[in-house]
Design a protein around this ligand. Structure first.
Ligand SMILES: NC(=O)c1ccc[n+]([C@@H]2O[C@H](COP(=O)([O-])OP(=O)(O)OC[C@H]3O[C@@H](n4cnc5c(N)ncnc54)[C@H](OP(=O)(O)O)[C@@H]3O)[C@@H](O)[C@H]2O)c1
Length: 338
């Protein structure tokens, strides 16, 4: 089955995820969709110093929005900020240093932000990683899961009350088409079973983001949630985490601007927030979240268990009980009493 999924996914990818795929899809874009001003609206972009996140932050700044860049490396963040201010002429660009793999830090940052600011219109969960060795964060969580899933979960969950008070609020999460090869593994969210494969752990996290987005959309009707795939984009993440793939696809990868296009569209375009909340987008259109005949659908029990585990982990981390976290023997399908 996984061979079938991988083969179908790759063939689809060659057609749709490459630069050629973007060129074909973009012929149907409405050229006026991004003729907007977002002066007075505020946007948070995680991983905003590089690749898709940086291009997105730049596009928002050029349209007049206030940008909150959430980055882990101060030098890289300040360099990107200076560049964005210089090129956009917009000085409302702020840096917040947060390592998204450190879940408790993410929560502390989000709590402070929520109290300090009166509104946040758009949250863009862009920061992501693919680590090939199993590493744990300070809370005992596997780091791909901590960055790609728990960081997104805790940041969004904590900022939802602030966003609910803001006008036309939107949450956009940068997932990956790679999630199509994985079904939600509610009994192994942190890839603890069997041989650790960073590519598959990443794909699992990206599937988790898609499931999470749909659940959030159901639970929070005031906010517009979307999740998206950028296509295969020539960014540092791809050249460092997947060097062979990067070499093989040389000349066929999308530019960062092409990869960021749908994030920018979801963040800025008025029509985007009129689409049904909770969908998975590619090239400005909702697309299916399962490959044909791939058996990747999840049962409602698995989805409930997944959501309960995230909530239990978030509560435990907020309550500073790190020693109860890494044990897979705990029944985290039931909320912890902390
Ligand atoms: N490129 C593709 O083909 C592709 C395809 C599908 C999905 N995506 C997704 O697109 C998103 C952006 O990636 P990209 O391709 O634009 O790569 P990138 O240029 O390497 O950007 C990744 C960004 O995430 C930040 N980041 C990673 N771990 C972090 C952490 N623990 N705390 C804070 N920030 C962290 C990086 O910070 P540093 O600069 O400090 O490392 C960087 O700013 C990711 O979620 C990725 O999974 C990319």
């Amino acid at each position: 089955m996984s061979l079938y999924r991988n083969a179908v996914w790759f063939l689809n990818g060659i057609q749709q995820y490459t630069r050629k795929g973007y060129e074909t899809a973009s012929r149907h874009f409405d050229s006026h969709d991004l003729d907007v001003s977002v002066v007075g609206r505020s946007f948070m972009v995680t991983g905003a110093n590089s690749g898709i996140g940086r291009v997105t932050a730049m596009a928002i700044a050029k349209k007049g929005g206030t940008v909150h860049m959430v980055c882990r490396n101060s030098d890289k963040a300040e360099e990107a900020r200076a560049d964005i201010i210089r090129e956009s002429g917009n000085t409302e660009v702020h840096v917040h240093i947060v390592d998204m793999s450190e879940t408790r830090r993410v929560w502390e940052f989000a709590e402070t932000f929520r109290k300090e600011y009166t509104s946040l219109n758009v949250l863009i969960n862009n920061a992501g990683c693919m680590l090939h060795n199993r590493e744990l964060n300070a809370d005992g969580l596997e780091k791909n899961f901590a960055t790609n899933t728990m960081g997104v979960y805790v940041l969004t969950r904590t900022l939802i009350p602030l966003m609910q008070k803001s006008r036309d609020p939107r949450v956009i999460t940068v997932s990956s088409g790679g999630m199509l090869v994985q079904n939600l593994k509610a009994d192994d969210l942190q890839s603890e079973k069997g041989h650790f494969d960073g590519v598959m752990a990443y794909a699992q996290n990206k599937r988790q983001q898609v499931v999470l987005t749909r659940q959030w959309a159901k639970a929070n009707p005031v906010i517009h949630f979307s999740v998206m795939h950028s296509g295969w984009v020539d960014t540092p993440a791809v050249s460092t985490s997947m060097p062979e793939f990067h070499r093989m696809m040389e000349g066929r990868l999308r530019t960062m601007e092409e990869g960021a296009d749908t994030v920018i569209w979801l963040a800025l375009c008025r029509a985007a927030s009129r689409t049904r909340s909770g969908q998975f987008f590619q090239d400005r259109k909702p697309v299916l979240v399962h490959l044909p005949l791939a058996w990747t659908r999840s049962s409602s029990e698995d989805i409930q268990s997944f959501m309960a585990q995230l909530e239990a982990l978030a509560n435990a981390i907020q309550s500073k009980q790190p020693d109860i976290l890494p044990s897979s023997s705990l029944d985290l399908t039931k909320p912890l009493s902390v």
